[in-house]
Design a protein around this ligand. Structure first.
Ligand code: HEC
Length: 176
């Protein structure tokens, strides 16, 4: 009897496998590759977020995403998430102070402990940039908090200009 490659299984199984292989080859050589797959993925992400979020997204990508990540979720136990964060979305007095002077632990969020230090941005970001980046954070990833005016940032900048070191949680709660 003639030997057949089909002797280990039913012919339709081989037909399925062959169809998959053909489809896979087609998928790779076809020109349907989405454009996001080409070029530098980081630059692509940044361009997409910037397009979606305006000037605040550009500041976020440049200054915040390295720790809080592009999706705002932070890193477990290292950088807290900004998604649904009461401190990010609460009274403007809190997030503005955090960005101006930094923030240090220990804190606990969603059952996780953090004990890091966020640096101050007082000398790096203008009132407009701080308002922009916080408005991006406050209205992205499902967050929806009222916008912050650059004039509010200017007032808080002036009121806290003597502040030394990063804020602690107790100090921020007292500022609310
Ligand atoms: C070098 C890493 C780093 C960068 C960059 C950084 N952060 Fe943070 N951020 C932290 C850490 C760490 C904490 C929490 C401090 C702690 O561990 O107790 C924090 C906390 C926060 C919080 C409070 C979150 C909460 O729920 O308590 C906000 C809001 C925030 N950051 C906003 C920003 C924004 C906006 C930027 C960009 C301008 C930024 N961060 C850049 C490290 C960073």
């Amino acid at each position: 009897m003639k030997k057949s490659i089909f002797r280990f299984g039913k012919p339709y199984i081989w037909a399925f496998i062959l169809a998959y292989v053909v489809y896979g080859c087609y998928y790779f050589v076809s020109d349907d590759t989405p454009p996001e797959w080409q070029g530098d993925p980081t630059a692509q992400d940044q361009a997409a977020v910037a397009a979606a979020g305006g000037p605040g997204a550009a500041v976020y990508n440049a200054k915040c995403a390295v720790c809080h990540q592009m999706d705002g979720q932070g890193l477990p136990g290292v950088y807290p998430t900004l998604v649904g964060s009461d401190f990010a979305t609460g009274d403007p007095a809190i997030p503005v102070r955090i960005v101006l002077n930094g923030f240090q632990g220990p804190i606990e969020r969603n059952g996780q402990k953090f004990n890091g230090v966020m640096q101050p941005w007082r000398n790096d970001l203008t009132d407009q940039e701080i308002a922009d980046v916080l408005n991006f954070v406050r209205t992205t990833w499902g967050n929806s908090a009222p916008e912050i005016d650059p004039a509010t940032v200017a007032e808080i900048r002036e009121a806290t200009k003597g502040k030394a070191g990063a804020w602690t949680e107790d100090q921020l709660k007292a500022a609310m």
